[in-house]
Design a protein around this ligand. Structure first.
Ligand code: MG
Length: 233
């Protein structure tokens, strides 16, 4: 079984997919055969949503239906989105979808749905799936004001439950506009001060930044090393 990472958010819409895409592209550039999986997705429209973006970043391995075997249209919690289509979430398939990629890739990047404690089904939370898979977490948050508190809440809870933590990544979801970082109230100054604070509090865990519209996470780290324990607490 190949190693990998489980990306979880502090909330929904905090930039997880952009972070996952950046990690996957980084690994692909190094020649790593990366498997990608979004075990369940809701709010998937005709553009294919998150699964399509992950699949594209990985260079279209396998089939899109293998990236996300359980995709639903309604942008609500997965169990409710499935029910709206007369279906139910298959808990076993949540695990099997990832395991299939781990059996045939060198590394797997898994994007959860919503936050670490968001439900994947009527029974399972993201945290439950991450534990079953035994993959270290990448905790993702929006770099907007409040990132320190949101991130520490999730990291503290994850640690208390024994989840290994590979990294924290803050993603600048909204366009920061023209204000420079010399203005302490500018979005970029807020993001950078949040990063600095979290680096001090969470060292030696890597705390990284994905700027708005950027393709690469900074600073660059070795994701295979981080998944293997270099960034563990
Ligand atoms: Mg996403």
């Amino acid at each position: 079984m190949s190693p990998g990472l489980f990306l979880c958010g502090t909330d929904t819409d905090v930039g997880k997919t952009a972070i996952a895409v950046a990690i996957v592209r980084d690994l692909v550039r190094q020649g790593v055969a990366v498997g990608v999986c979004k075990p369940v997705a809701s709010g998937v429209g005709p553009d294919g949503g998150d699964p399509q973006r992950l699949w594209e970043a990985a260079g279209f391995p396998g089939r899109l239906a293998e990236v996300c075997p359980q995709a639903f249209a309604a942008a609500v919690a997965p169990a409710r989105a499935a029910a709206a289509e007369g279906r139910a979430i298959d808990d076993t398939l949540l695990v099997d979808a990832v395991t299939a990629w781990r059996a045939r890739s060198e590394f797997v990047v898994v994007e959860g749905a919503g936050g670490l404690y968001s439900p994947l089904s009527s029974r399972l939370l993201n945290a439950d799936l991450a534990r079953t898979l035994g993959l270290p977490l990448v905790v993702c948050d929006d770099a907007r004001l409040g990132a320190i508190g949101r991130t520490l809440a999730v990291v503290t809870a994850a640690r208390s439950e024994g989840h290994p933590l590979a990294a924290v990544v803050l993603s600048q979801v909204a366009d920061p506009g023209a204000a420079g970082e010399e203005d302490p109230q500018s979005p970029t100054a807020i993001a950078l001060s949040g990063l600095e604070d979290l680096r001090e509090r969470l060292a030696p865990t890597p705390v990284l930044f994905l700027r708005h519209g950027a393709e690469q996470i900074e600073p660059a780290i070795d994701w295979q090393l981080a998944a293997g324990g270099a960034g563990l607490h």
